[in-house]
Ligand binder design. Structure first.
Ligand code: B12
Length: 211
């Protein structure tokens, strides 16, 4: 059996090849994909964040760790999706305008797929009008927005306001998340739900759609 602490180390050190290889072998040996993500990969990214905070890591190191995380997630994404059952609703997800962080958003998208939702992922730097137009076009039940920068958070409120103006607010639930987001902020801007992690996002989405 793999020593999974090495998976944490590979992500912290930005070693994409090792991270991907470890995940492939762990999965082949029967490891639980959800456990790999939440007990090893997310904590590893948290350590990367702490090192960035105390000037031990700089943007190049962050990029390498993010690349390692993505490489490992690529293997797990289809497996996370398979954990689910019946389609539970349609979610339009994206990282808010001005924000390029997508690791958490990708994790939430994968877990929602795993929870049985059809997920339309608009990627990063998504303007309010694109969220609205896609939700309308795809007849979505939920818009899920991610923000990692305090400077981009206000675009979440702009999107909710635009949803109201488009006459869609009654039909589309809005879930938000990302490191700087709090429940208080979600309440302030009139979002329907906030969660600090990806499994929580699935529970919120299920509650929002009455599943
Ligand atoms: C990796 C990283 C980067 C990478 C991003 C790569 C990528 N593809 O995502 C790169 C190097 C590109 C980057 C760039 C920048 N970054 Co950066 N980055 C980070 C870092 C270290 C980790 C973020 C991460 O991936 N965490 C792991 C994931 C799994 O966690 P998460 O995103 O929080 O997601 C979880 C939950 O929040 C939740 N969730 C997330 N989204 C959603 C959505 C919904 C609907 C729900 C319900 C839940 C939910 O579930 C997720 C899974 O559990 C953070 C530090 C930190 N501790 O957060 C800084 C951080 C976010 N970055 C920061 C900064 C300042 C920047 C830059 C401005 C740096 C610069 N000088 O250029 C740029 C901005 C670029 C831009 N316009 O977006 C600051 C933000 C400070 C602030 N107050 O706004 C942070 C906090 C670092 C710091 N302490 O200063 N960054």
């Amino acid at each position: 059996m793999e020593d999974l602490n090495q998976l944490n180390e590979a992500i912290i050190n930005g070693d994409a090849k090792t991270a991907r290889g470890m995940v492939e072998r762990a999965v082949a040996e029967g490891a639980d994909p959800v456990q790999l993500v939440h007990e090893h990969m997310v904590p590893a990214m948290n350590i990367v964040g702490q090192r960035f905070d105390c000037n031990e890591y700089f943007v190049p190191e962050l990029l390498l760790s993010a690349r390692a995380m993505k490489a490992a997630l690529e293997i797990l994404r289809p497996l996370l999706a398979k954990c689910g059952a019946e389609p539970a609703g349609r979610v339009v997800i994206g990282t808010i305008k001005g924000d390029l962080h997508d690791i958490g958003k990708n994790l939430v998208a994968a877990m929602l797929e795993g929870g049985g939702f059809e997920v339309i992922d608009l990627g990063v730097n998504v303007p309010p009008e694109k969220f609205i137009a896609t939700a309308k076009e795809k007849n979505a039940n939920i818009i899920a927005m991610s923000a990692l920068l305090t400077t981009t958070m206000p675009a979440m409120k702009t999107t909710i306001d635009a949803l109201k103006e488009a006459g869609l607010r009654e039909h589309v639930k809005v879930l938000i998340g990302g490191a700087p987001i709090t429940r208080k902020y979600a309440d302030e801007i009139g979002a329907d739900g906030y969660s600090e992690n990806a499994p929580g996002a699935v529970s919120l989405a299920k509650t929002a759609t009455g599943k």
